[in-house]
Design a protein around this ligand. Sequence first.
Ligand code: SAH
Ligand code: TMP
Length: 404
Amino acid sequence: MQSTISKNNTKFIMSFGKMPLANKFLDKKDFANEKFYDMSVGFDENLSLFQLINFPEPEDMFDENYAFLSGTSEFMKLHFEKFANQIKNLMKKSNRNKKIIEIGCNDGIMLRNFYDDKNYVHLGIEPSKNVYKIAKNQNLNVINEFFSKQLSSQLREFEKKTDVIYAANVICHIPDLKDLFLGIENLLAKDGLFIFEEPYLGEVAKITSYDQIYDEHIYLFSLLSVEKISSLFGLQIIDAIPQLTHGGSMRYFVGRKGQHEISSNVKKFFAIELNQKLDQFETYVKFKNNCENSKERLIELIHSYKKKGKSISGYAATSKSTTILNYCKIGQDLIDCIYDTTPLKINKFSPGMHIPIKDHKYFLKDNPDVSLLFGWNHKNEIFKKEHLYKKNGGIWISHIEDLI
Ligand code: SAH
Ligand code: TMP
């Protein structure tokens, strides 16, 4: 599949090679039928949009076995609880009942904060059946659909009346941005807000966290790209707030043009992004070189431990780990297994490189000499939980330089 918003405008940056679907952890019997695509990225200079050139069909990724459960992170639970309270404060000025929609609500991690609040009518839209069911079982009002313009016009109660449309780590998953924004425009009240947070291009370029690129992350946004896309639909950025989540994200606030005061953050981040040259292709040529150097450094590091006879494991079978393992061609000859908390992943094999996934409760017992931290975005939570590992002489390593 290809992006429609950037058709014919995307300049090739680099290929990460043959890539499997990032969240398709599999059994041995399914190795032969595994699907791959060429993971190449490009840049659309008109929209300042960094994106995958080809990507798999959404229906192949977001199905009844979607392996990512938002609620596995205690930090993320707190993050969404805090943000739900901020939304409630922001909305206090209007007395009427408020309508809130969440696109990609997953297991209900965010929406559950609105469930018993009488001031809100909520709706979650979630296409992956297994996670939709978890949200539904908490009595949340959720529908098992992909968000689209067409779906928006079936939501009569919400059309032009929605106070907040919220999405976290979802908008970059949606191939047809034109259709998405038409749907948003159709639902937003006159003074409504479209608030979404996504891994931030500025951070990826800065620390070379190329593992933020995988099949589900079709786009990496910046304020520059969000403003250019919004303006095609009569919308504009009114605020932006950096987030520590998922290794460096940005929360964007978008509203109808002329309906809101614009925060000084917008001007500030536009200036920062222009200074970082996020609108220029040359930045991504440098990024390509940085990715290649990072790959070389990680492979050398792993081989140096291997030569000393050390055992090496991975920690957290993140979607991001699929990119690192397949791009750097790291298999079971180098890494014995990956420890993880997700029941859907445990006892399966990692996509592409087929490294066994093991229950995290065996981590301290097995006590590998060296652990490659794939869940680097959950570093504080993981280091706290596994504090005995380092105390007992264990060594953490990362593909991100100077992280540890
Ligand atoms: N918001 C949660 C989940 C992020 S994972 C969090 O931040 O933790 C992305 C979720 O978006 C998945 O649950 C996936 O099924 C859903 N999704 C993917 N495409 C979608 C679409 N077109 N409409 C609505 N949800 C979508
Ligand atoms: P992601 O949010 O970067 O995709 O990572 C989520 C994965 O990390 C998921 O498979 C669970 C795993 N994980 C652990 O194994 N231990 C932890 O303490 C945390 C926070 C996540």
